[in-house]
Write a protein that binds this ligand. Structure first.
Ligand code: TRP
Length: 370
């Protein structure tokens, strides 16, 4: 079996999330924490109940301070080097839930510098993706009055003075060990973690506050923020609080990370026909060889991608359990579960695409102005 590797620039092998919890030194989001969240927010998001957001750093501390009447702000980001897919969408829809529930500010970083430095793409190509990706983030429906986009190269004037303070406290040996760098990595990529660290505390500097920062992210981003937490503490800021999401599996199954390439996932710009085709053709099935055998023995929900993806899109626990139950008994066929999934996804996409159409007219509303 391929060795498990999880960092922002490389995800390989079967991802074992229990092992990640111990290797990363993060904590699982347990029953007790879910109860606390429910008490404060009035409900728990299905992604929490279903362990899609499965781990955290210091979430208890943030809840303690919230219960004392202190606010917090949200920070997340997007590396613009390709189209947005359902994996991004699911994380951001959780971020939107948090913003709506708590009525708080969201700082959204577009790391065009990062993608230029790390990818084999031109500066102009990255700028095009930045615009395309901003449209998708706007289409998520974040509160425009409380959402602030930072584009690293465009907001360098406010980010850079803080980034150098961060960078001065990180050694090359830390970066090399965290990301597996060698002598041939370019020097911009060595500096980059400093840029991604700044929004953890920049809002507090701008607004003269000392609020907690909560960062919902895909777990592969944790290595950056492990470094950030160490440094911002030394700079006199609160350490950011993190909530980690599992990866949405690729259509082909396994527990890797979905990417925008080929037929591995569904893009936010895919039309209904493409969605249907991709899922019917590529979603790994946990069904049996023949209908007769499936009816007799039932399907395997754990490996069936349509069943697993429904965790993201069927919010009703009762309905989901019913589907799982019927599928494992053989009453539902793989094709039938796929049909349910296709309908759910196409509904989400058609609404998203409507909102995305005029999103570029709203750039100005979302881009941060000092
Ligand atoms: N590095 C992230 C990416 O490649 C983008 C990003 C910047 C980010 N800041 C973040 C992601 C904060 C999560 C949280 O996609």
């Amino acid at each position: 079996m391929e060795k498990m590797k999880v960092n922002p620039y490389d995800v390989q092998g079967e991802v074992n999330y229990d092992r990640l919890i111990s290797e990363f030194g993060i904590k699982s989001i347990d029953e007790k924490l879910l109860k606390r969240i429910e008490k404060i927010a009035g409900e728990v998001h299905p992604y929490l109940r279903r362990e899609i957001f499965f781990a955290h750093r210091d979430l208890e501390k943030l809840l303690d301070s919230y219960e004392k009447g202190e606010k917090f702000f949200l920070y997340t980001g997007c590396g613009p080097s390709g189209p947005i897919h359902l994996g991004h969408y699911s994380i951001w829809s959780f971020v939107k839930w948090l913003q709506d529930k708590f009525d708080i500010e969201l700082w959204f970083q577009f790391t065009d510098d990062e993608k230029f430095l790390y990818k084999n793409m031109t500066y102009d190509e990255i700028q095009e993706w930045t615009k395309e990706n901003m449209k998708d983030v706007i289409a998520m429906g974040f509160n425009p009055k409380k959402t602030h986009f930072l584009i690293d190269t465009k907001h360098a004037g406010i980010i850079y003075p803080e980034a150098i303070k961060v960078a001065k406290k990180i050694t090359f040996s830390t970066i090399r060990a965290s990301f597996g760098f060698t002598d041939s990595n370019n020097i911009g990529s060595i500096f980059y973690t400093a840029m991604q660290t700044v929004p953890c505390f920049l809002p507090n500097i701008l607004n003269n506050k000392n609020e907690y920062c909560l960062i919902p992210l895909g777990v592969d981003q944790d290595p950056h923020f492990r470094i950030s937490r160490d440094v911002v503490g030394k700079l006199g800021h609160k350490k950011p609080v993190i909530m980690h999401a599992k990866f949405m599996s690729p259509l082909s199954g396994t527990t890797g990370k979905s990417s925008s390439s080929g037929n591995k996932t569904i893009l936010m710009t895919d039309d209904a026909k493409t969605v249907k085709k991709k899922i019917n053709k590529y979603a790994f099935s946990g069904g049996k060889e023949t209908v007769e055998e499936h009816r007799k023995k039932g399907g395997d929900i754990e490996v069936d991608v349509a069943c697993q993806w429904l965790k993201y899109f069927e919010n009703d626990d009762k309905k989901l359990t019913e589907i799982y139950d019927k599928y494992s008994k053989g009453e539902l066929l793989s094709g039938e579960v796929k049909a349910i999934l296709i309908e759910k996804i196409n509904k989400i996409l058609s609404e998203h695409q409507k909102r995305r159409k005029n999103a570029d007219k709203q750039f100005d509303k979302y881009l941060f102005k000092n």
